[in-house]
Ligand binder design. Structure first.
Ligand SMILES: [Fe+2]
Ligand SMILES: [Fe+2]
Length: 331
C-alpha cells in the first residue's frame, strides 16, 4: 500500500496523468467522480434554457446554430459520463442521483431565458465563464477527464463566439433589440460570476483539489480572470455590466468589482432558484419517456454481442488460414 501511495504521489508531483487502471486514494476517486458527474449533469441540464428557444429562433440560420450548440452540450455530457464510468461509477446511478436531487449541477441553469437575447448572453457569459473554468482542466490530473476537456473547450469557444456574434447583430438593430440585450446582461452577469463557486475562504474542498492537481486555480483567481476578460468585450458590444463598483485598478493590474450576493448562490444551489423544479422535472420526464429506447438498445447490444462472437470466430479462422498459406508458401 505505501508503494502504491508513493507511486500516486509521484505521478501528481511530476505532473503526469492518473489513468483508470492506476491505484488512487479513495478520496481522489470519490472527488473525481463527484466533480465529473456534476459537470456531466450541468451539460445535460444546460441544454434546457436554450433548447426552449429552438422552435422560436428568429431565422433558419439562428435555428441551425442553436441546434448545433445544444447538441454539442449533449455530447459534452456523454463524454463526461463515460469519463466517470472509467472510475467505476454507474451511469444509471448517476442519472438517478440527478433526477432524485441527490447530486448537483451548475446553479446557472436554474435561471429562466426570457428573450432570444438570452441565447446570446448565455453563449457570451455562461460559455465564457465555462471556458475560464475548463481550460485549466485540460491539465487536470485525471487523464480521461483532462482529455475530454480538450475537445469540450474547443466547442465551448465556438459557443462563446456564436453568442457574441448574435449580440453584436442585435446591438446593431433597433432600440428595442438593444434593450433586450442590456436586460439579459443585467440578469445573467451576477449568476455568471457565481459559476466559479464560493469565495476561496469559504470553499473547504478547494485546497485538497489543488493539491491533487484536479484544480489548477482557485475560484477567486478564475473569477477575476473572467471579469478582466469580459469588461473590454462589454465595451466593444456597447452594454453596461450591472455593477457600479466595477473599475480598473492599476495598482493590482485587475478590475475591482462589487460584492457577489453569496446568499443567492446558496439559495439557488439548495433548490430554491427560479427554475430548479422545472429543470429536474423535464430531465426526469425525458428519462422516463426514454425507457423503451434503453430497453431496445440493450436488447440489440445483447444480440450484437452474440453476433460478434460468431464474427470473431470467423476472423480467427481466416487469420489461421492465411498464416497456414504463408507457411505453405515458404515451404
Ligand atoms: Fe458544454
Ligand atoms: Fe457550451
Amino acid at each position: 500500500m505505501p508503494d502504491l501511495q508513493r507511486h500516486f504521489d509521484r505521478t501528481i508531483e511530476q505532473d503526469r496523468r492518473v489513468e483508470p487502471r492506476d491505484w488512487m486514494p479513495d478520496g481522489y476517486r470519490a472527488t473525481m467522480i463527484r466533480q465529473i458527474a456534476q459537470h456531466a449533469h450541468s451539460e445535460i441540464i444546460g441544454m434546457q434554457p436554450e433548447g426552449e428557444w429552438i422552435t422560436r429562433a428568429p431565422s433558419l440560420r439562428r435555428k441551425a446554430i442553436l441546434l448545433a450548440k445544444v447538441q454539442d452540450e449533449a455530447g459534452h455530457g456523454l463524454y463526461l459520463y463515460s469519463a466517470a464510468e472509467t472510475l467505476g461509477a454507474d451511469r444509471s446511478e448517476l442519472t438517478a442521483m440527478l433526477i432524485e436531487g441527490r447530486q448537483k449541477y451548475s446553479s446557472i441553469f436554474n435561471y429562466p431565458t426570457l428573450s432570444y437575447a438570452d441565447v446570446g448572453v448565455i453563449g457570451w457569459l455562461v460559455d465564457g465563464a465555462a471556458i475560464c473554468n475548463q481550460v485549466p482542466l485540460c491539465r487536470s490530473s485525471y487523464g480521461p477527464y483532462a482529455r475530454a476537456m480538450i475537445r469540450i473547450c474547443k466547442e465551448e469557444s465556438f459557443h462563446q463566439r456564436q453568442g457574441y456574434e448574435l449580440l453584436l447583430t442585435m446591438m446593431k438593430g433597433t432600440a428595442a433589440q438593444r434593450d433586450l440585450v442590456q436586460d439579459a446582461v443585467n440578469r445573467w452577469w451576477w449568476p455568471s460570476l457565481m459559476m466559479f463557486g464560493p469565495p476561496d475562504d469559504a470553499s473547504p474542498n478547494s485546497a485538497r483539489s489543488m493539491a491533487w492537481k484536479i484544480k489548477r486555480h482557485t475560484n477567486d483567481e478564475l473569477r477575476q480572470r473572467f471579469v478582466d476578460m469580459t469588461v473590454p468585450q462589454a465595451d466593444a458590444l456597447g452594454v453596461t455590466l450591472p455593477d457600479p463598483e466595477l473599475r480598473w485598478n492599476a495598482e493590482r493590474g485587475h478590475h475591482d468589482f462589487g460584492p457577489v450576493d453569496w446568499s443567492e448562490l446558496k439559495r439557488v444551489i439548495s433548490g430554491d432558484g427560479p427554475c430548479n423544479a422545472r429543470r429536474v422535472a423535464v430531465r426526469r420526464a425525458a428519462h422516463e419517456d426514454g425507457a423503451w429506447v434503453r430497453e431496445a438498445a440493450a436488447a440489440h447490444a445483447r444480440k450484437a454481442a452474440g453476433g460478434a462472437d460468431v464474427e470473431a470466430g470467423l476472423e480467427a479462422d481466416v487469420e489461421v488460414g492465411i498464416e497456414a498459406g504463408v507457411e505453405a508458401g515458404r515451404r
